[in-house]
Write a protein of this length. Sequence first.
Length: 727
Amino acid sequence: MNGFEAGLAFAYQWGSAGLELAVVAAGYAALLAVAVALVNVLFRRWLSAGQLGLLWGLVLVRLMLPIAPESSLSLQNLSRAVPAVEAATPPAVSASAAVLDTLDPPSYSAEWQPPTPSLAEQAGDLFLALLPLVWLAGAVAVVCWTMIVNWRFSRRARRTPVCRDERLLRLWAGCCRQAGVGSSIGVLQFDGVEQPAVMGLFRPRLLLPSTATDLDDEQLRMVMLHELAHVRRCDIAVNWLLVVVRAAHWWNPIYWLAAARFVSLREQACDAFVLQRLDSSSSRGYSELLLLLAERGPSGGRWRVMLPVSILGFLSSFFRRRAVRNRLRALRTAGRVRGPWQTVAGALTIALAAGAGLTDAKVPAPPAESTDWLPAATVDRAAWPVVERETGPDETRVYVIDKVLERIAADGGTLEYAWMQIEPLVGNLLRWQSNLNTVPFNTSGPNPTFTDFVATVSDRPRDRYTFEGGQLTVRAPREVHEELAGNLAAWEQAGLGQISVWCRFISGLPTSVAPELGLTWRYHNATSQAVGEPELIADSHNTTPVVRASAVVNDYFPVAVATLDSAKTKRLVDAAESNRRTNVLYAPKITLFSGQRAHLNDYSQTPFVVGVREVTPGVQEPNIVVVDDGTKVAMRATHTADRSRVRLAARVELSHIGEVRTAALTLGAEMGAIQLPRVRRCSIDVASEVKSGDSVLIGCMSSYEDKRFMYVLLTVQDVTEAARAAK
C-alpha cells in the first residue's frame, strides 16, 4: 500500500467515525429543535429575544454532543419505541444427546451464480461508500475557506490607519462609557465593509464604512451602541464556534435553521440593548435607520459581528428582507422593561430545555428475572470443587519404527540421525499432550508459577518412553497413542518433510468475486440435530427420581468448499484487500512436520453456573460449565507417498453464546442466581489433496443471525521442496 492509499484509508476511517457521530448528534438535536420551536410559537410574547436566542443556542450545542449525561428528563425518552414482543419458537426437545455437527449428504459440484446487483443498487452502494469522504471534504472546505477569507480580510484591515476623526472618536468614547465597555477598542474607517461591524477576537475594532460620516450624531450613537452590544455578548467568539459547528453539519438543515434563528434573535437582542439606553422616542428613529442601512448594500437588513464568511450572506434577498421585517416588528416591544417574574420564568424555561435537550435517555436496568418453578437449594461455598482438566488412563504400547527410521534416513543421514530428528517430536507430544493435562489450573493452595510448572513436567517425557532395538515403548493416554500412531504412519510413508499452512479469515467479500475467479463450489447442506432414537429410562427402584434431559435446536445452513491454485489464491487475496468493505484477518503461519496436527484458536471462555447438584445428603455444589465463544481451526497436513501433493484435513468449529437467562435460587442464607446460556455450535470438516501453493477455501455462515458468508482460506506451502528448489 503506497502513501496515497494509506492516506485515503486514514481519511476514510476518520470520515466514517466523524459522520456517524454527526448523524447521531443531528438526530438528538432535531428533537430539541422541535421543542424549542414549540416554545417560540407558544411563549414568544413572554420571552425576550435574548432568551429565545439562548434556546436556539442550545440546539447548536446539542449538535456537537453525540454523547451526553443520562437523565430521566431527557427528550429522548419521548422517542423511545416500545420493544415488540417476539413469539419464540419452542425448541425441539429430545431425550438423547444433542450433537451439532455437519452432515455429509451426497456431494455435487455446482457453479456459484450469485444474483447480479442492479445499476441502482450499485449506484446506491457507491454513494454510501463515498459519503464519509464527501462529508470530510465538506468539513475541511468550510474551515479552510473561512480561515483564508478571514486572513485576507484581516490583512486589508491591518493596513488601514486608525481613525482620527474627532467627531467619531468623541461619540465612540461616550457610547463605550454608556455601554460599560472599555474605551481601548479602536475605530477604523474601512471601505471593505458596507455595514458597520466589529472584528477581532482578542483586540476588537469597530469598522465603519466611509459613508458612515453622512449619519447624524444620534444615528451614529445607535450604530455604535449596537456594535458594543455584540462586544458585551462575546459574539465574535460565538461566531468562531459556529464555524466549528458548521464544519461538522454543513449538510444538516437542522443546523441552518438553528443558526438562522440564533443570529436573527441575537440581532434583535442587540436592538433591544440600544433602545433600553435611549429615550422612548428613539424607536421610530431606530426603525428609519435600519431601513436606511438595508438599502446600502447586499449584506442587507442586519448588522453582524464581522466574520468574512457570513452564515447567511449567500442567501437570496427574500431572506434579507424577511430579517429586516422581523427586526422592525420586534422593535415594538424591544424597549419594554420585563418584570422579575418574567425573567425568572425565562430562566427556568432555559434550564428545563438544557436539562431535557442536553442529556441522553437513561437506560433502565433490566428487571431481575425469577422463576417460580426452580426450588430453593442450599450450597456450601467452601465445598466448591477444584476444576481440573480431564485426562484418560495411561496405556503402554510398543511401536516398531524400523521402517520409519529407514524412510527418514533415505532423505540423508544415518538411522541414528533419523532417531535424533524424531525424538524431540515424540518428547514434545508426550509433554504437551499428556503431562499438561495432569496439572490442574486451580488448586486449593497457592497457584503454581510457570517456573514450577516447567520444572515439574520437563523431565517427565523420558520416563514415559524408551527406545531400544528399533522398538519404541510409550506410556501415555489413549488419545496420545492415536496421535503418535498417525505421526509415525505419515513419517513412514513420506519421511519427515515440513509443511507451512497460512490461515486467513475473509468477511464481507463481494459476491461478484467468485464468478470472476471462476470458482467451482461444492455445496453441502449442514444441520444440527439429535442423533439416535431416545430410549426410555429403566424403572428406578430408588425413591429418588432419575432425570435425564437434553435440548437441541435444528438449524440448517449452507457450506461451500472450493480448491484454488496459486494464481486464483493471489487474485482472491488481492481482491479482498483492495475492497474497503472486506475484512481480511491473518492468523499466524504454522509450520508442521508431515502428519502433525495444529490448532488455531480465536475464542473466549466464559464460565456459567448452570445449576446445583447434591454431593452428599444436605450438601450441594454448583454445576459449572465453561463455554467457548469464537472460532477454532484444527488442521493436519500430510505428504503423499511421492511428495507431489499435500493432503490437508481441517475442521472449523464456530460457537456463539446467545441469550443468557438467569434464575434466582437460595445459596445458604443468601440469594443467588444460576445462568442459562443458549449456545450455538457448528463444525465443518474438509479434506483435500492440493499442490504446494494451492489453497482450500471454505465458506460458511459466521453466525446464525448474520446471513453473510465468512470464508476460511487455508494455503499450503511445502517448505522442504521449496528449500531444495532454492539450492
